[in-house]
Design a protein around this ligand. Structure first.
Ligand code: SAM
Length: 274
C-alpha cells in the first residue's frame, strides 16, 4: 500500500477518478449554460482574442473554450489545447470534429512544465485551472515563457469566497460552502489573487475584469454544483447525510417560491509580456 493520500481536489488527477467521464460531462454542461457562455465570451473579448492569433489554452478540459477560440482566431490562426488528462483530451478531440475555424492541436502535458518552445504563442490562457494547481506562480511563469514579447497571458477563475446563495438556513449554507472550499482548494479566493500572480510572474499592464454568474432558476449546472458541495460536505465530515439532504431541499423550496438566487464571482486578469 502506501503512496501519497489522494488530494481532495479531484480536478488535479481526473484520469485516476472513477467519475472521469462524468467530470467531462460537467464541463460541457457548464459550457452550454447561457450565463456561462456570456461570461466566457466577455472574457475572450476582454483579453482580447483576435483573428490570426496563435493561442494556447492550458487545462483545456473537453474544449469548451477551444471551440470558441477556433471560431475567434479563424483559418489564419492556430489553437492549441493542453491538458494533463487523457479522458479530457479524447473528449475534446471528438467534440471539435467538424468545428470550423482555426486548426486545433491537442497535447497532453503539465502546466508546470509546458512542452513548447519559448515565445511560441501570441496569447496563453488558463481558464478555471489556476484554482486547481499546487504552484500557481510556477504555472503562470510557464505561460509567460511560451508567450512572445508583446503577447498576453490571460487567467480566469472563480472566487469561492464570493458565492451568494439564498437559502432558509444561512449559517448552514456558509458552513457547507466555506467549509468545502477550504478543504478542497489551497486558495479558495483564487479569483481575486490573479492580478498579483500575473505581476509576480513579470507581466505588465495588468487589467482585471470581475464578472458574475447569476442564476435565479436553478440551472442544471447550479444544481450539479450544489449537489457536489453537499456530497463533499458529507465526505469531509462537515455535516451528516440527512443535514446535507435537508440543505439541498431548502434550495428546491426556494425555487418553488421564486426565491432562488445563486451567484458566483469570476475574475479575469490579463497581462502583457514586455
Ligand atoms: C475545471 S477544468 C477547466 C476546463 C476548461 N478550461 C473549461 O473552462 O471548460 C480544469 C482542467 O485543468 C486540467 N488540469 C489540472 N491540473 C493541470 C495541470 N497541472 N496541467 C495541465 N492541466 C491540468 C484538468 O485535467 C481539467 O481538465
Amino acid at each position: 500500500m502506501g503512496g501519497a493520500p489522494e488530494h481532495p481536489d479531484i480536478w488535479r488527477a481526473i484520469d485516476a477518478q472513477p467519475t472521469a467521464a462524468k467530470l467531462a460531462d460537467t464541463l460541457e454542461l457548464r459550457g452550454r449554460t447561457p450565463a456561462q457562455v456570456r461570461l466566457r465570451q466577455r472574457f475572450l473579448r476582454f483579453v482580447p482574442i483576435r483573428g490570426g492569433q496563435h493561442v494556447l489554452e492550458i487545462g483545456c478540459g473537453t474544449g469548451v473554450v477551444l471551440r470558441d477560440l477556433m471560431a475567434r482566431v479563424g483559418r489564419r490562426g492556430e489553437v492549441t489545447g493542453l491538458d494533463s488528462s487523457r479522458t479530457m483530451l479524447t473528449r475534446a478531440r471528438a467534440l471539435a470534429r467538424g468545428v470550423g475555424g482555426a486548426p486545433l492541436r491537442l497535447r497532453r502535458g503539465d502546466g508546470n512544465k509546458l512542452p513548447f518552445a519559448a515565445a511560441r504563442f501570441d496569447v496563453a490562457l488558463a481558464i478555471t485551472v489556476i484554482l486547481h494547481v499546487a504552484d500557481p506562480l510556477r504555472v503562470v511563469k510557464e505561460l509567460a515563457r511560451v508567450t512572445r514579447v508583446g503577447g498576453r497571458v490571460g487567467l480566469q477563475d472563480q472566487d469561492f469566497g464570493l458565492v451568494g446563495a439564498a437559502h432558509p438556513d444561512r449559517a448552514l449554507t456558509d458552513r457547507i460552502l466555506d467549509g468545502v472550499a477550504a478543504r478542497i482548494y489551497e486558495e479558495p479566493y483564487s479569483g481575486r489573487r490573479l492580478p498579483a500572480l500575473l505581476r509576480d510572474a513579470g507581466l505588465e499592464d495588468v487589467r482585471v475584469l470581475a464578472d458574475l454568474y447569476q442564476d435565479t432558476a436553478l440551472t442544471d449546472f447550479s444544481r450539479a454544483f450544489l449537489e457536489r458541495r453537499a456530497e463533499n460536505a458529507v465526505r469531509f465530515g462537515i455535516v451528516d447525510a440527512s443535514t446535507a439532504a435537508r440543505w439541498l431541499d431548502g434550495f428546491n423550496d426556494y425555487v418553488a417560491r421564486g426565491a432562488f438566487v445563486l451567484t458566483m464571482n469570476y475574475f479575469g486578469a490579463v497581462g502583457v509580456k514586455r
